[in-house]
Design a protein around this ligand. Structure first.
Ligand SMILES: [Mg+2]
Length: 175
């Protein structure tokens, strides 16, 4: 198994992780995947649950950037509604855009975590950028067609990681 596909933390959903979890683990900068991590790809505007999460995270003092492979207009509209920074067309699993973003924002890798729902894009890109990564399950069943292709590989890989105890629950890192 490629080490670059093993996440540091695992949660069923970003919404089950306490707001101070990241702080307690020395993390200040949160890179958030959008589609199927924060919301359905069909949602063009953040609902109350997303708004509550983001405002809670802001209150904790985190720097937040939405990092999505999706296109400019979708990501821009969504991120602006939450008043957070964003990187669209992020080209995950490649890390060059990430690294550029982190240099621009003065994010130190050890203080930075990405939260995302896909092994092949989110986890791999994070590992390549030497930042932490928390893997979630997909939020809703529906995916865009590009993601559906990735899921064919993601699903059995995820099962294998689970069997091997390589999806460490965030609860093991929270007291
Ligand atoms: Mg996603």
């Amino acid at each position: 198994m490629c080490k670059k596909l093993i996440p540091h933390y695992y949660a069923a959903s970003i919404y089950e992780v306490p707001l101070d979890f990241y702080k307690k683990n020395g993390l200040k900068n949160l890179l958030l995947d959008l589609d199927n991590t924060l919301d359905s790809y069909r949602a063009s505007f953040p609902n109350q649950r997303v708004q509550n999460l983001i405002s809670g995270l802001k209150t904790q003092g985190y720097q937040i950037v939405i990092v999505s492979n999706n296109k400019g207009p979708r990501v821009k509209k969504y991120a602006e509604a939450l008043d957070v920074a964003y990187l669209h067309s992020a080209r995950k699993p490649f890390a060059f855009k990430f690294k550029k973003l982190m240099a621009k924002e003065n994010f130190i890798p050890v203080e930075t975590i990405l939260i995302g729902d896909q092994l092949l894009t989110d986890v791999l890109a994070s590992k390549r950028a030497h930042i932490k990564v928390l893997l979630t399950e997909k939020l809703v069943d529906e995916d865009q067609w590009t993601t559906r292709i990735n899921r064919v590989i993601d699903r059995p890989l995820r099962r294998k990681l689970k069997r091997q105890n390589r999806l460490p629950s965030w609860r093991n890192f929270y007291e």
